[in-house]
Design a protein around this ligand. Structure first.
Ligand SMILES: Cc1cc2nc3c(=O)[nH]c(=O)nc-3n(C[C@H](O)[C@H](O)[C@H](O)COP(=O)(O)O)c2cc1C
Length: 178
């Protein structure tokens, strides 16, 4: 089974990257093939809203989004990681999500092959892990629209290097993808 981790933080070695990479290591130890994709290292432009993807089965923009989608299509599961920025996901993740419009046809039917799972990892400073549920849980609807089963989320609080037990929560979520 192949599990890809996609992170949407500007910090290459920050809390989100640590949580996702440690989780990928854990599922790799249980036999999964893994790969980490760092959106901050890629060029993914905002959706143009041009609807080209409704008449064609691809996006009109030829940037790095296509390469990531090829990996999503080839994967069995996705671990999606983002820091919380102003009570919600980062702009990097939102831009990526908007581009997923290209994975839905003119009849709102998903072009993503069925049978995939996704788990969401979030990193925030606010001690209340449920503080932003109303904003973060709506991304289950994106997964639903694409026909990808959500196994839920893990919200990590504070610095992972100072609180390494946060990794346990992320790993437990990632293991639900196996
Ligand atoms: C622009 C910005 C907005 C933020 N907004 C919030 C917020 O609304 N709530 C919160 O708890 N933490 C917020 N934070 C803190 C980050 O979520 C936190 O430091 C996170 O662990 C950073 O993850 P990273 O190391 O992967 O980049 C914000 C940080 C930045 C830079």
């Amino acid at each position: 089974m192949k599990i890809i981790g996609i992170t949407a933080s500007p910090h290459e070695k920050g809390n989100t990257a640590t949580l996702v990479n440690k989780s990928l290591e854990a599922v790799a130890a249980k036999g999964a093939e893994t790969e980490h994709i760092d959106l901050a290292k890629l060029t993914i432009n905002p959706c143009k809203g041009c609807n080209y993807c409704k008449a064609h089965d691809t996006c009109v923009q030829k940037d790095d989004f296509g390469k990531v989608m090829e990996k999503v299509v080839a994967a069995d599961a996705i671990l999606m990681g983002s820091p919380v920025y102003f009570f919600d996901i980062t702009a990097q993740e939102k831009i990526f999500i908007d581009r997923l419009f290209a994975c839905v046809d003119a009849q709102s039917k998903s072009r993503v092959p069925p049978g995939k799972k996704i788990g969401f990892i979030y990193s925030q400073n606010t001690p209340d892990r449920s503080a932003f549920d109303v904003n973060l849980d709506k991304y289950n609807q994106v997964a639903g629209m694409l026909g990808i089963e959500s196994v839920g989320k893990y919200v990590s609080v504070g610095s992972v290097s100072e609180n390494p037990s946060e990794i346990d929560g992320a790993v437990a979520l990632a293991e639900k993808l196996l």
